[in-house]
Write a new protein. Structure first.
Length: 232
C-alpha cells in the first residue's frame, strides 16, 4: 500500500463527492451503460467515414488488444493487487441506478445511484446501504483507463488536435473509476501508460504495414494516402 495512493483514493472517493457527481460518474464508469452507443458510433464511422478514419478505427482496435487484451491481463494476474473495496473500510462503491426491464441501461441516469460499502463500515452522514457481498477482480492496472487512453493516442496520432478532443473523455473515465471505488490512483496511471504505449505501437505497426503493402495491393489508394498519419 502506497500512502500517497491511499490518500488520494480517500479524497476522490469519499471527500470530493457530490450527488450529481455520483450519478454522472457512475454512468461514465459503467461500460455496459454506453457500449451500445459506442458500437453504433463506430458502425457509423465505418460506413460514413473516409479511408483514414477506417484505418484509425482498425489501429484503435489493435491498440486496445495490445494494451488491455495482453498487457493489462498479464499484469493483473502477475501483480494481483486487490481493489480498494476489498481491503479498505469505508470505500464507497457507486453504481448506476436501476433501469426498468427492457429499457436501455442509460436510463439508470434517471434513478438514484446505488451506493454500497462492501467492507460493511458505512461512514456517518453518507447515505447508502451495506453490501452483503464483496467486490471481486484484480485492481492493477485499470483496463478502462488503458483502453480509452489507447484510443485517444491513436486518434491524436492520426488526426492531431481533432483527435485530442477525445482525451478529456479518456481522462474523465479514469477519474470515474477512482470516484466509484473501483481502482486506486496508481491503477489508473498504470492503465494510462499502457494505453499510451499500446496506441503508439499499434499506429506505427499499421503505418509500416500500409507503407509496405498498400502500394502493392491498392496502388490507387496508396497514391492518395501515402501515409495514414497525414492528409494527402
Amino acid at each position: 500500500m502506497f500512502p500517497a495512493d491511499q490518500h488520494l483514493e480517500i479524497l476522490i472517493n469519499r471527500i470530493w463527492i457530490a450527488s450529481w457527481a455520483d450519478r454522472l460518474l457512475a454512468f461514465v464508469s459503467d461500460f455496459g451503460a454506453w457500449k451500445i452507443w459506442l458500437l453504433l458510433l463506430v458502425i457509423l464511422a465505418v460506413v460514413l467515414g473516409n479511408f483514414r478514419l477506417r484505418a484509425a478505427i482498425l489501429a484503435a482496435g489493435l491498440a486496445v488488444g495490445l494494451s488491455d487484451g495482453i498487457a493489462v491481463n498479464l499484469l493483473k494476474h502477475a501483480v494481483a493487487r486487490p481493489r480498494p473495496s476489498q481491503v479498505e473500510p469505508g470505500v464507497r462503491m457507486v453504481g448506476l441506478g436501476s433501469a426498468p426491464c427492457g429499457v436501455p441501461k442509460i436510463a439508470g441516469l434517471l434513478s438514484e445511484p446505488i451506493i454500497s460499502f462492501p467492507q460493511g463500515t458505512e461512514e456517518p452522514g453518507v447515505p447508502g446501504q451495506l453490501a452483503t457481498e464483496g467486490v471481486t477482480g484484480k485492481s492493477f492496472p485499470s483496463g478502462h483507463a488503458a483502453n480509452n487512453m489507447a484510443v485517444a493516442t491513436v486518434l491524436i496520432l492520426f488526426f492531431g488536435w481533432r483527435g485530442a478532443l477525445y482525451l478529456p473523455f479518456a481522462l474523465l473515465i479514469g477519474y470515474a473509476r477512482l470516484y466509484t471505488g473501483a481502482h486506486w490512483p496508481f491503477d489508473v496511471l498504470g492503465g494510462f501508460l499502457l494505453g499510451l504505449i499500446g496506441g503508439i505501437l499499434a499506429v506505427n505497426l499499421v503505418e509500416i504495414l500500409w507503407r509496405r503493402f498498400g502500394p502493392r495491393l491498392v496502388p490507387t489508394l496508396a497514391l492518395r494516402y501515402p501515409s495514414l498519419l497525414r492528409s494527402s
